[in-house]
Design a protein around this ligand. Sequence first.
Ligand code: ZN
Ligand code: ZN
Length: 220
Amino acid sequence: MVKHPFIGLVALGPIDPNILRSLRTALAKFLPLPVRVLQPKPLPPETYNPVRDQYHASQLLEFLLDDADTGALRILGVTAGDLYIPVFTFVFGEGQLNGKAAIISVFRPRDDAREPTPPRRVFLRRILKLSLHELGHTFGLEHCRQDGCLMGFSSTLEILDRSNIALCEYCQIFLTDYFRDQGLLPSFKQYAEIHAPAVPTPTAGGSRKHHPGAPRRKAE
Ligand SMILES: [Zn+2]
Ligand SMILES: [Zn+2]
């Protein structure tokens, strides 16, 4: 067990410090762990693809891990660069399944074709969901098909906006067990009780299948 576990937030490239602070505050309300803003890092140029004008998300995760000696239990990179992995046009973020690093981009959440400048609260809600989703992967959660579950795969902002900031009952149990096994209780109990009003109760035949297109080790 890590003695004083915390989540480290790392700006990758230029990011408005207010965004990072707001995200830290919001994440701390949902996670049973302290959240700290760590030293920012520049975006490594070798992860940039000039043809796509995007950054390779998986390579950025490796970059985050290369310098992971921060004592953080998990590291969440936040970048303004648009992210991709080769099989997708773009990804909102990526998290290592049962790993240490995750990353999200604020590029698409604030560049909405339907609403060019989304209100700040909408934008913050999006990046909070993305952060919790990607960190969820690092805690072993795969994609979930329960209606509204935060671990559902979001391919568009519309889908992202429809999801709850809450896990379904199955994911909640998985996460609670995961934390207990890692000696990291208190669990995410509060997370479900306060923020899950719209999550339907799973039925006996409820699906716990994962998104078929999801990579095994690194989930978008
Ligand atoms: Zn779920
Ligand atoms: Zn995912």
